[in-house]
Write a protein that binds this ligand. Structure first.
Ligand code: 3HC
Ligand code: NAI
Length: 694
């Protein structure tokens, strides 16, 4: 069957696109559309055309996989022009998510209807692009410059009701089939004799003087470092200043420029990497998911409360357990507070909040877990306590229940061995704040069953998170790599780079926050305790020296208003502290470290290459099966700029050979304690290899 089909019904023609999974506008769909329009043109009986898709959605955009290839004819803009030039009215009938080129296709139609549950949007910016099939010209004509910019700069789709009120849609199809509704709409048009409305012929409403400059200022912080938002603004400016035909030529140039940019390549890499995580190598074909309806969370502290809230928002029945009455009370209040916050933000209504709170049960008794399908332990980070909790769970849980731990450092296999069912035990490493952070490291123990892994992955989707399966080792993937990155940031202090310089340079490079500000946020005491308990720390007096000293002084970071930086009460803004600078210089002198001027390039290379080095080891040891998984962890959990694609993609982009040679130099300069080159990196670096090819 072809991906585009034409059917005739009385005086109407129905063009149906069927190109699973998301009806992306691949070359075969584009040429199929042109062919369909030509076939319809010679049929004099056709008075209107309905364009519709089969499957889960209307077209979700251009086919992103084609962007790495030479463009294939016909271009999407040509297809859209064919539609717009049609002598008979064309009605787009949308369901699911009409995105990017999909919405541009619909805007080329003369009328648009959509099912009530549809979403429409131009998310190209999330791929480092701008709408490249005349969307930057048609959307401002349809809904005005400000609304169009808001949609294109945020990349966020709007729901059908909003799209109707904005003027993108002409009608919602509520209680009948979309096709029947679209056909009825077409017949009504014909009866009323409504003229064809070509969006390109509409004029764009003028904006006030200085509008675009103000808009640029407004989005500057959010779009820091990105190329495509500025191209979107320029292109929309042209919708006012230039005739349509001229402006679309410029739009197409901007589009090719963006498509070729390393930013767009990186963002497309992350798009596919985020989808690849769901494919776990070596999973048995027979494995299927276990049913999860009721979730018990053990430990109602910072993490437990956030995890319980996420589970409630996802619709699960939740039992929250804490050994302390006060802990339970605090957890309950925190969950209520999170609901109220979301009500205030309009994300949920009062009825939704009350219904959610009704699904929450709190108790101090472990017997309550008897019917739970999933147990998530989030008690203190202490092996003896965790083992005791798992022994108790083993006693009270039903057979087949999944027992998960949220540990960030402890050995999953040792915890699993405390039970008689290690195959049901898994790590679910949430990040703080658990209800906000998208990343979920799913830690596969030596005996974790395949169906437990599959269930955890499905759960991550239900919780609206990105689950990445990782192996069991200290710190798993994210924190293990953070260890080396933070170590270099610390060493740089002793060598003469002040904390605000290290943070400033890395932030300017694209990290969401500098490493010292991150440690102040997470709590310097947390890392301190972990380092104290580890028996395999390097014999190096410089290792995390300043962080340890600050911790021993009770300067834990934001929570004590003092850490590496100072914080005014109630503020999260780090203020450099001259006392810390004096302390660093004194300590450097005591340790015999000569302070010097450190270049921005050295700061970037030492910190980022430390990440790449540890990532290479993680791949070598099989802790991550794919370099793309590491990129997903770092872009979703650690503020690594998506537009650089993650540490491993970044290495591929600048050349693994260059990274390898720089790391060899660092090893020669600083010794092999931290810069020993893994075999895998050496192989790639000396054979012109790429992490993506592994
Ligand atoms: N091109 C190629 N493949 C695509 C695609 C696209 N536009 N959109 C999704 N896919 C693929 C995914 O890679 C995935 O493949 P896989 O099964 O091999 O992993 C499959 O379709 C299903 O995708 P999801 O797993 O993401 O399915 P969901 O149901 O969770 O989400 C969606 C569906 C909301 C449509 C989501 O896939 C999405 O956001 N897609 C991208 C939308 C987009 O960015 N469109 C703009 C493209 S650029 C453009 O149109 C340029 C134009 O202006 C010229
Ligand atoms: P927390 O100290 O805020 O809360 C722990 C809760 O567990 C307390 O309410 C305590 O009363 C309860 N508890 C202790 N022993 C118990 C037992 N035997 N039975 C029932 N309840 C018990 O701790 P937090 O920060 O929420 O951490 C929990 C776990 O999550 C730890 O393993 C930690 O390493 C991990 N984690 C923490 C992150 C963070 O940023 N706080 C991030 C990721 C993981």
């Amino acid at each position: 069957m072809s991906s585009v089909n034409v059917e005739y019904r009385n005086n109407l023609s129905i063009i149906t696109i069927e190109s699973p999974p998301v009806n992306a506008l691949s070359q075969s769909v584009r040429s199929g559309l042109v062919y369909a329009l030509e076939a319809i043109k010679i049929n004099n009986d056709v008075e209107a055309i309905v364009l519709i898709c089969i499957g889960r959605t209307f077209c979700a955009g251009a086919d992103i996989r084609e962007f790495n290839k030479t463009p294939l004819s016909p271009h999407l803009s040509e297809v859209i022009s064919c539609i717009e030039n049609s002598d008979v009215p064309v009605i787009a009938a949308m369901h699911g998510t009409a995105l990017g080129g999909g919405l541009e296709l619909a805007m080329g139609c003369h009328f648009r209807v959509a099912s009530l549950k549809a979403y429409v949007g131009l998310p190209e910016v999330t791929l480092g692009l701008l709408p490249g099939a005349m969307g930057t010209q048609r959307l401002p004509r349809l809904i005005g410059v400000k609304n169009a910019l808001d949609m294109m700069i945020s990349g966020k789709p709007v729901n059908a009701k909003t799209a109707l009120s904005l003027g993108i849609l002409d009608q919602l199809i509520d209680d009948e089939s979309l096709l029947d509704g679209a056909i009825a709409f077409a017949n009504k048009l014909l009866i009323e004799g409504k003229p064809i409305r070509r969006v390109r012929d509409l004029t764009v409403d003028p904006v006030s003087v200085g509008f675009f400059d103000n808009y640029r200022k407004k989005i500057a912080v959010k779009t820091r470092g990105l190329i495509s938002p500025e191209k979107i603004i320029c292109s929309v400016e042209s919708s006012i200043e230039m005739p349509f035909d001229e402006a679309v030529v410029q739009e197409r140039d901007f589009f090719s420029e963006c498509k070729k940019s390393s930013q767009s390549k990186a963002l497309r890499h992350v798009f596919f990497a985020e989808r690849a995580v769901a494919k776990i190598p070596g999973i048995s074909a027979e494995a299927s998911q276990r049913q999860i309806d009721e979730v018990s969370v053990i430990g109602a502290g910072t993490m437990g409360a956030g995890i319980a809230y996420s589970a409630l928002r996802a619709g699960f029945k939740v039992i929250l357990i804490d050994s302390e009455r006060s802990g339970l009370q605090r957890g309950k209040e925190s969950i209520k507070g999170l609901f109220e916050h979301d009500v205030a933000r309009g994300r949920i209504d009062d009825a939704g909040m009350n219904e959610g709170l009704e699904r929450l049960q709190t108790t101090q008794s472990f017997e309550a877990v008897a019917n739970s399908d999933l147990l998530i332990e989030a008690v203190f980070e202490n092996m003896a306590i965790k083992k005791e909790v798992f022994r108790t769970l083993d006693k009270f849980c039903r057979p087949g229940a999944i027992l998960a731990t949220n540990t960030s450092t402890l050995d999953i296999d040792e915890i699993a061995a405390a039970t008689d069912r290690p195959e049901d035990v898994i790590g679910l490493h949430f990040f703080s704040p658990a209800h906000i952070m998208r990343l979920l490291e799913i830690v596969r123990g030596a005996k974790t069953a395949d169906d437990v892994l599959l269930t955890a992955l499905a759960l991550s989707k239900q919780l609206q998170k990105i689950g990445v399966v990782v192996g069991n080792c200290f710190g798993f993937v994210g924190n293990r790599m953070l260890h080396g990155y933070g170590r270099e940031a610390q060493l740089l202090l002793l060598e003469g780079a002040p904390p605000e310089k290290v943070d400033g340079v890395l932030q300017e490079w694209g990290m969401a926050m500098g490493p010292h500000a991150v440690f102040d946020l997470a709590g310097l005491d947390v890392g301190y305790k972990i380092r104290q308990e580890r028996t395999d720390q390097p014999e190096d007096p410089l290792f995390y020296r300043i962080a340890d000293m600050l911790s021993e002084m009770g300067r834990f970071g934001q929570k004590t208003s003092k850490g590496m930086y100072l914080y005014d009460s109630g503020s999260r803004e780090p203020v450099p502290d001259p006392e810390v600078q004096v302390m660093i210089s004194r300590e450097a002198e005591l340790l015999g470290v000569e302070q010097r001027e450190i270049s921005e390039q050295e700061i970037i290379e030492r910190c980022i290459y430390a990440l790449i080095l540890e990532g290479s080891r993680i791949l070598e040891e099989g802790i991550s099966p794919r370099s793309t998984d590491i990129d997903v962890v770092w872009t979703n959990g650690y503020g690594f700029p998506r537009y650089r694609g993650g540490p491993m993609h970044y290495a591929d982009e600048i050349g693994v050979q260059r990274v390898y040679e720089a790391i060899c130099e660092l090893r020669d300069r600083f010794g092999s304690l931290y810069w020993e080159v893994p075999k895998l990196l050496e192989n790639l670096g000396t054979t012109d290899g790429k992490f993506a090819d592994l």
